[in-house]
Structure formats: C-alpha cells, structure tokens
Design a protein around this ligand. Structure first.
Ligand SMILES: Nc1ncnc2[nH]cnc12
Ligand SMILES: [Zn+2]
Length: 342
C-alpha cells in the first residue's frame, strides 16, 4: 500500500536537472580523495568539515565549494564521484539525470580536460548500461571568468561533443549579469547544444529577463527571484520556461528566511513550469527526495503538487521527446495508483 505521501515522494519517477557533481562530494568521499591524492585539508575530520557548512550567502558557499574541488584530480576521481551520485539517484527513483560540472576549476590547476571528460562520461555510460537511468552531462562555465575562456572551452570539448547534451553557467551572480555571455550562448546553440543558465538565485528579476532575451536560453536554473516581479511571473507561465528550483539550497544560502516563505508553491499555483532539485546535496542537507519532503512539510504540498513537480522535471529536461512523454505517463500512473490506494 502506497498510502503515505513520503512513500509517494520516494517512489514517483523524477528527473534531477540541477545538480553539480563538484557539489555532490560527501565529506567521506572528499576525505578519501584527499588522502588518495595526498592533498592537505584544513579540517581535522569529516565532522569538522560538516560543521563548516554554515553559509551567509552564495559567495560564502562557493569559497568552500571551490576549495573542495581541489581533491578531484585524476580520471578515476571524476569517475568515482559521478558513479556515486548516479547510484544515489537510482535509489531515489530518479529516472533522468542531467549533471553539471565546470571544468575550469580543474583545468586551471593543470588537470587535463580529457581526464575530466573521460571520467564523467565513462561513469554516465556505465550507469546507463547497468541500470534503467537515463543520464547526460551539461558543460558548466563560470560567469566570473572571461567570456573568452568559456568560448575556448567550448572549442576544446569538440572531441566529446556527441556525449554532451548542453551548456550552462554558474558561479557568483550579483554583479555578473548574464548578457556578457551572449557570444558563448550563440556559439553553443549554433553547435547544437541545449542551453540553461543560473539566473535569479540572488540576482534581481532583471537578470532572468536578460537571460531570456539576450541568451535565449531554454531553461533557467533557480529563477526564484521572479516572484518579486508579477509581469515576469506571467511571462514565465505563458512561455512555460522550465525553472529548476533548489529549495534547500535557497534556505541554506539565505535566499529565503524559511522554507515556509519559499515561493515554490506560489509559482506552481500560478502555472509556472517549476521543478525541485538539489544543487549541491551534501552542502545543503539533501538530495531531491529530501528537498521534496521538506517542501511538502513546509508548504503543505499535496500528492497532486508533487506529481506536477515530477511531471515538470521531465518536461523541462533535455531528454528525447518520446522519453519525456513516457516519463510523464509514468508519473500520472503513479499518482492514479496513490489516489486509488488512499
Ligand atoms: N547554487 C549555485 N549557484 C551558482 N553556482 C553554483 N555552483 C554550484 N552551486 C551553485
Ligand atoms: Zn546550481
């Protein structure tokens, strides 16, 4: 009997569209990789590292996140972190995964691009052949670096382009409006990549408009500050722009004072194509199911709301259209079963 909403959240098929591999390093793995690569850490134990996960804002978090990136060095490291995340996703009934990783943090320290790509893409290929999961890699660039560096990276990934579904951009937001990256997004589109960008996490609604108008991206990562601009909310609903919302991330980075104050439910009720994701799970206290459970409790989400979020996660994905259609059907069947058993 599937009569409990928590079980419904755990078992409903869903897509994880907003998860940074660098941010998926659990403290245990971070320590293990540091030891393997003989990299000194400034924390004495996993517990001490966990205790450092207290952030005032995005920049504060990113400093620790980039510090953690130092332990990823070899192809095997990139393989292991990707494989560990995909195993976790499988356990959470995640059927489609689109993973971010930003090579610039590593190549600037001399890690060969081939080690990064072969590690990440190798783990994705192995997971796809050994489980039912559908997975893809999204190349992420940093908005605080020169656009020329991002353009060069786009050329360098040529040998792996067939296995890269799209491009995205993250990093500190305020003071870095997205329009500067128009040449990068135009080139990426011309090369056939799907497009997404972090916007409206801490930045104003104007950054979301700029992302839509100047970068013509297909989806927006976060997008939560749109709730302060009713005309933009209407536009996002009319255009059905997918927004990959990360509630526990917003809470831990103090974008919202409490989960009860999170705009997720309002956005859903206004017809926006919002879905729920985990961003950097160990840093923010949960994978996708924990995010959904926390929102369910704080915002009194119904099974219909959870199903709408799961449906939106597939509709916003870069998976082939027939895979999206089958996944949406699977969500609907799962909801029918839950409602019939209740
Ligand atoms: N929440 C976030 N915002 C921007 N860049 C990121 N990189 C990893 N997590 C991020
Ligand atoms: Zn993110």
């Amino acid at each position: 009997m599937m009569n409990h909403i928590r079980e419904f959240i755990g078992t409903v098929p869903k897509a994880e569209l907003h998860m940074h591999l660098e941010g998926s390093l659990e403290p245990e793995m971070l320590f293990r990789l540091a030891k393997r690569n003989k990299i000194a850490l400034r924390w004495s134990s996993e517990e001490a590292l966990l205790a450092a996960y207290e952030f005032e804002n995005l920049e504060d978090f990113l400093a620790l996140y980039f510090e953690g990136c130092r332990v990823l060095v070899t192809e095997k490291d990139f393989y292991d972190v990707t494989a560990a995340y995909l195993a976790k996703a499988n356990e959470q009934s995640v059927r489609r995964v689109e993973l971010f990783l930003g090579p610039q943090s590593f190549t600037e320290r001399g890690v060969p691009l081939g080690a990064i790509m072969d590690g990440v893409l190798g783990a994705i290929a192995d997971a796809q052949s050994s489980s039912a999961i559908s997975a893809a890699y999204i190349l992420s660039v940093h908005r605080h670096r020169p656009v020329e560096d991002a353009l060069r990276l786009l050329e360098s990934i040529g040998p792996w382009s067939e296995h890269i579904v799209g491009v995205g951009m993250g990093g500190p937001e305020v003071g870095y409006p997205p329009g500067r990256f128009r040449p990068f997004y135009l080139k990426a589109k011309a090369l056939g990549y799907r497009t997404t960008v972090h916007a409206g996490e801490e930045g104003p609604p104007a950054y979301i408009r700029e992302a839509l108008d100047m970068l013509s991206v297909e989806r927006i990562d976060h997008g939560v500050t749109a709730c302060h601009d009713s005309a933009l909310m209407e536009r996002l609903a009319a255009e059905q722009t997918p927004l990959t919302v990360c509630p526990l991330s917003n809470l831990r980075l103090k974008g919202v004072p409490s989960l009860e104050a999170h705009p997720l439910k309002t956005m859903l009720d206004r017809g926006l194509r919002v879905s729920v994701h985990s961003d950097d799970p160990p840093y923010f206290g949960g994978y996708v199911n924990e995010n959904l459970e926390a929102c369910c409790a704080a915002l009194s989400l119904s099974a219909e709301d959870i199903a709408a979020l799961a449906r939106n996660s597939f509709l916003g994905s870069f998976a082939p259209p027939d895979e999206i259609m089958h996944s949406v059907d699977a969500v609907n069947r799962h909801l029918d079963l839950f409602l019939a058993e209740r």
